[in-house]
Design a protein around this ligand. Structure first.
Ligand code: PEP
Ligand code: MG
Length: 580
C-alpha cells in the first residue's frame, strides 16, 4: 500500500528512485561534574576536538570538485570561521572552568543558549542560520563522543537513489550530488538553510521537515519525491507512477525552456522592456548575477558581513568587500542596502546576535538603529560611497518611516562625502540614493519620499507583515500572510504611482517579486523593475515575455477598483490562465 508523507518542498522537481536511509545516530550528552584536577585536562580535550573539526572541514573543502558551480568552499569557510569564534571556543571553555562540567555538557549548554537567540530572531533568513551553528556544534560533539564519523558515510552505489536522513550539511549535499543521488529528504531543516540554497542551486529536488521519515520508510522502498509540493510517496501504484513520470517530463521541458531564456531579454509582447535584477547576500550569489544574465543587483543585504563576529567590520573591511562585489559584477549596477539589523539582531560583544525589546519588529531596527548608532552607520556610508568610485553603485536605505529620518540620512551622506573629499578618497558624486518602502506609513506617504530620493524599492516581506499585523516568521499566523490582500495591493500601487509621478524608478525586491503568480498583476500595476533570488529569474521572465502591459493594465485596474479579496483572487487566476 502506498504511503504519503508531507514536508516543505525546498527545491522543485520530481525524482523517482530507491530509498537510501542514512542513520547517523542520536547524540546523547552525559552531564558530569568534574573534580578540580580534571578541569584543565577537559579543556585540552575540548580544544583538541575543535582542532580535529577544523582538520575535517579543511579536508572536505579540498575534496569539493573544482567544477562545482556554487562556491561551496564559502560555506565551509563560514564553518571554519565559526570554529575560531569566541562563542564556540571561549564560552564553552569558560563553562568547563567555572562550572566544572564536562566538555560535551558545556557545549550543549552553549548550543541551547545560541539556539534560543536564533529562535527569537525576527528575520526568517537569519533564524535559519541556527542550522549552521547546529552543524558545527554537532560535528564537535561527535568528535568528543567519538561515536563514529561526524560526516555521513556517503559512498557506495547511491546512483539514482533518494537519500533520506535526519539532516544534511551543505558539504554532505555536495557529496550527494557527486554520487549522482537524484534527490533527498530530511526530517529537519528549513527552506532558507544553506543546504536548501545549495539544493536549489544544483537543481536537486528536495523536501525537508518530513517527520517520521526513518520510522515509516525503509531502505530500498520505491519513492517518489515531489520537491515542489513537499511530498514523499512510498510504494506508489502504477497510476501514481505514471502521473509523476509525466510531471518529470514536464519539468525537464520547463528547465530546458528556461535555460534557453537566459539570453533572451525581458520584454513584454507590447515591447516594454522590464528590468530583472538579483538579490544577493552570500558570495555564491554573485556568480549567478552574470550566469542568469541579469541587469545587476537590486538588493545586496549587507547584514551578513556583520554577523558571527566579535566586532562589526570597520570602514576599510567594508570598502574592500563592497568594492570586491562591484568588481565581480563587471559593470553591472549594484544596489547596496545599508545595515538592516535591529533590536532582535544586534552584534554584541560576544559575537552572537543578542535580543532586546519585547516587540523587535517594531523596535530599533534598520535605519532606526543606524541613526542611533552613528559609530556603526558612518563607516558603512563612507565604505559604500568609496565603493561607488569602482563602478555603478546605488545606496538603499531600509525601513524608512518618515521623511525626518530620511533627511537625517541624507545629511549624513553629505557629511560623509565632504569628509572623503577632505581626505582625498574617491567616490561617485552622482551616486543614486534610494529608499525601501516597507512600512505602510512610508507607502502612504510615498510621494514625499519619491520627491527626495532617486529611486524606491518595495520590500513586500515587511510591507505585508506590517500592513496585516502578522509576524512574518510566526508559523501560527502564516495563513494570514497574503500578498493579494486588497490593502497590500493598494499600498504597492500608491508607491508605484508616486514613483512614476515623480519620474523616478520603482523596483520591488521582496519575495513577491520572484513569484511568477504575481508577475502579471505587478506588470499591470505598472511595475517594470523586479529584483529576486536568482533561481526565480527565468521563470518570471517567461511570464513577462508572454504578457502585454497594454492588455493587463485596464484589467488589473478594474480588479483593484473592486477592492474585494475574492474578486481579486479570481481575477488574477483568470489573468494568469490567459497566458499567450
Ligand atoms: C523586504 O522586506 O521585502 C525585503 C526585501 O527586506 P528583508 O527581507 O531583508 O527584510
Ligand atoms: Mg525588509
Amino acid at each position: 500500500m502506498s504511503l504519503a508523507l508531507a514536508g516543505i518542498g525546498i527545491s522543485r522537481g520530481v525524482a523517482i528512485g530507491r530509498a537510501h536511509i542514512i542513520v547517523r545516530g542520536a547524540i546523547e550528552v552525559q552531564e558530569n561534574t568534574l573534580s578540580d584536577q580534571l578541569v584543565e585536562e577537559e579543556v585540552a580535550r575540548y580544544l583538541d576536538a575543535i582542532a580535529t573539526a577544523r582538520m575535517q572541514l579543511r579536508s572536505i573543502r579540498d575534496r569539493i570538485p573544482k567544477e562545482t558551480r556554487v562556491d561551496i568552499a564559502a560555506f565551509i569557510d563560514t564553518y571554519l570561521l565559526m570554529l575560531d569564534d569566541a562563542t564556540i571556543v571561549k564560552t564553552p571553555v569558560d563553562l568547563i572552568r567555572d562550572r566544572r562540567c564536562n566538555a560535551e555538557w558545556a557545549l550543549k549548554l552553549q548550543r541551547d543558549a545560541l539556539v534560543d537567540v536564533f529562535e527569537q530572531m525576527n528575520d526568517a533568513y537569519l533564524r535559519t542560520r541556527r542550522d549552521d551553528v547546529d552543524h558545527v556544534i554537532n560535528r564537535i560533539l561527535r568528535i568528543l563522543l567519538a561515536n563514529g564519523q561526524s560526516e555521513l558515510h556517503i559512498e557506495g552505489a547511491l546512483h539514482d537513489t533518494i537519500v533520506l536522513a535526519d539532516d544534511l550539511t551543505p558539504a554532505e549535499t555536495v557529496l550527494l550530488q557527486h554520487q549522482d543521488v537524484c534527490a533527498f529528504a530530511t526530517e529537519y531543516g528549513g527552506p532558507l538553510s544553506h543546504t536548501a540554497i545549495l539544493a536549489r542551486s544544483v537543481q536537486m529536488p528536495a523536501v525537508v521537515g518530513v517527520h517520521g521519515i526513518q520510522h515509516y520508510l525503509q531502505d530500498g522502498d520505491t519513492i517518489i519525491l515531489d520537491g515542489q509540493h513537499g511530498v514523499l510517496i512510498a510504494d506508489p501504484d502504477e497510476r501514481t507512477l505514471e502521473y509523476y513520470r509525466k510531471r518529470q517530463l514536464q519539468e525537464a521541458r520547463r528547465r530546458a525552456e528556461l535555460a534557453r531564456l537566459v539570453q533572451t531579454p525581458a520584454v513584454t509582447l507590447d515591447q516594454q522592456p522590464v528590468t530583472l535584477m538579483a538579490n544577493i547576500e552570500l558570495p555564491e550569489d554573485i556568480d549567478a548575477v552574470s550566469r542568469e544574465n541579469t541587469r545587476g543587483v537590486g538588493l545586496y543585504r549587507t547584514e551578513f558581513l556583520f554577523m558571527n563576529r566579535e566586532e562589526p567590520p570597520d570602514e576599510e573591511e567594508q570598502y574592500h568587500c563592497y568594492a570586491g562585489v562591484v568588481e565581480a559584477l563587471n559593470g553591472k549596477p549594484l544596489t547596496i542596502r545599508t545595515l538592516d539589523m535591529g533590536a532582535d539582531k544586534q552584534v554584541d560583544g560576544s559575537g552572537v546576535i543578542g535580543l532586546r525589546g519585547g516587540n523587535p519588529a517594531l523596535g530599533l531596527r534598520a535605519v532606526r538603529l543606524c541613526l542611533k548608532d552613528l559609530g556603526l552607520f558612518r563607516p558603512q556610508l563612507r565604505a559604500i560611497l568609496r565603493a561607488s568610485s569602482q563602478g555603478p553603485v546605488r545606496m538603499m536605505i531600509p525601513m524608512l518611516t518618515n521623511t525626518h529620518e530620511l533627511q537625517q540620512v541624507l545629511g549624513l551622506i553629505e557629511e560623509a562625502k565632504h569628509s572623503l573629499q577632505r581626505t582625498g578618497l574617491a567616490y561617485d558624486p552622482r551616486i543614486r540614493i534610494g529608499g525601501m518602502i516597507e512600512v505602510p506609513a512610508a507607502a502612504l506617504s510615498a510621494k514625499a519620499f519619491a520627491s527626495r530620493l532617486d529611486f524606491l524599492s518595495i520590500g513586500t516581506n515587511d510591507l505585508i507583515q506590517y500592513a496585516l499585523a502578522i509576524d512574518r516568521v510566526d508559523d501560527e499566523v502564516n495563513y494570514l500572510y497574503d500578498p493579494l490582500h486588497p490593502a497590500v495591493l493598494k499600498l504597492i500601487k500608491m508607491t508605484i504611482d508616486a514613483g512614476s509621478n515623480a519620474g523616478i524608478p520603482v523596483a520591488m525586491c521582496g519575495e513577491m517579486a520572484g513569484d511568477p503568480l504575481y508577475t502579471r498583476l505587478l506588470l499591470g500595476m505598472g511595475l517594470t523593475e523586479f529584483s529576486m533570488h536568482h533561481t526565480a529569474l527565468q521563470e518570471v521572465k517567461r511570464v513577462i515575455n508572454q504578457s502585454s502591459i497594454a492588455e493587463l493594465a485596464p484589467r488589473v485596474e478594474a480588479l483593484l477598483q473592486s477592492g474585494e479579496a475574492e474578486q481579486i483572487i479570481a481575477g488574477i487566476d483568470a489573468i494568469n490562465n490567459s497566458l499567450h
